[in-house]
Design a protein around this ligand. Structure first.
Ligand code: SF4
Ligand code: SF4
Length: 336
């Protein structure tokens, strides 16, 4: 029989997880916006607004040390970061466009090189996803194969039900054991009826057809038409749950410092700048073309997945109004 959890008990669950010394991260009001942040108590959880930034930074922080170095008596000592100290983490309140992204990113972070920073955080994380009732007209998850009630990537999945509270499904063993450990907060629900989900205007995209068009139109006037106005700010990549490029720099002084991973973005003009000064993507439309190619062709070629969850964040954030859903719709409507 399905289980339900009341909103009050969901907040109690957060309190209990915090008491168990877990890092609990969820949507929280931060100034004028809502962001994924550590929750100190259940009352911090804000399920009214979609977080402005994605939850990827829980697994893949904007900046992190991968080693530190210090010169002592003429000898440079290098220290690894102690990854065993990464905390057991629960991500709660992530809609499908966020909860679904780590299962897409796992492929690249465990491919030829196994990124133990990302993978250790993944191992120690449980994701409590929630069906989305807050979509707006930038959302297009249904056009890329997800849905407001898609459980992909969640360990435990909550669906708001009529009359309040949530129907709860255990999607994985991790989710099952988290629910079992707090069984007193759940009750049986013989007839829980889900609330209605917002309809999305976005037309269903034929991702196979789009990929075929991309394969044949690396050079095409479309790229100039849609992306010459891009100013290369990188907001679309930083805010995206699926973008994952990073750079590695040594910072500090010759005596003391750290080797750090920082997010990078293919929209930046220096992203492909060679040491020689040559830049194979010397104009902005070539950089934007790479963004589309990577998400809808290259990643699928390599891993059989689309690198976009249709969250709409890049559409909301772009300062010059570039709309990825509109561009995909244009490609979708083209002849091969
Ligand atoms: S490309 Fe845009 S719509 Fe797709 S997942 Fe990234 S931010 Fe969201
Ligand atoms: S947010 Fe818009 S202007 Fe900025 S890099 Fe992305 S597409 Fe270009």
């Amino acid at each position: 029989m399905p289980q339900i959890i009341t909103e009050e008990n969901l907040r109690k669950l957060i309190d209990l997880l915090v008491k168990e010394a877990k890092l609990v991260v969820g949507p929280k009001q931060s100034g004028t916006t809502v962001l994924y942040q550590p929750l100190a108590t259940g009352s911090d959880l804000n399920l009214e607004t979609l977080p402005r930034r994605s939850s990827k930074e829980l697994f893949f922080p904007l900046c992190e040390d991968i080693l530190t170095f210090r010169k002592e008596g003429g000898v440079v000592k290098v220290s690894d970061v102690d990854r065993s100290r990464f905390p057991e983490t629960v991500l709660i309140g992530a809609p499908p466009c966020d909860a679904g992204s780590p299962s897409i990113l796992d492929a690249v972070f465990s491919w030829d090189y196994h990124d133990q920073f990302y993978l250790e955080r993944r191992r120690k994380s449980t994701i409590i996803g929630i069906a989305c009732t807050k979509g707006d007209d930038a959302c297009f998850c249904t056009a890329v194969g997800l849905a407001p009630d898609a459980q992909q990537g969640s360990d435990l999945f909550l669906t708001p039900i009529k009359g309040g509270g949530f129907a709860c499904s255990a999607v994985t063993e991790k989710g099952e054991s988290l629910a079992a450990a707090h069984a007193g907060l759940f009750s049986a629900a013989p007839a829980a009826e889900p609330v209605e989900f917002p309809q999305q205007d976005a037309e269903k995209l034929d991702l196979v057809k789009i990929k075929r068009w991309l394969e044949r139109h690396f050079e095409d006037p479309l790229w100039e038409t849609v992306s010459d106005i891009c100013i290369g700010c990188g907001a679309c990549a930083f805010i995206c749950p699926a973008c994952h490029c990073f750079d590695i720099n040594d910072e500090g002084s010759a005596d003391n410092g750290a080797r750090r991973k920082h997010w990078d973005a293919c929209g930046f003009s220096k992203f492909t700048n060679h040491a020689s000064g040559h830049n194979p993507r010397e104009v902005q439309n070539k950089r934007y073309r790479n963004r589309i190619m990577h998400k809808f062709k290259y990643y699928d070629d390599k891993f059989g997945k689309t690198l976009c969850t249709g969250c709409g964040r890049c559409i909301r954030a772009c300062p010059v109004g570039i709309d990825i859903a509109e561009i995909l719709g244009t490609i979708n409507g083209k002849e091969d």
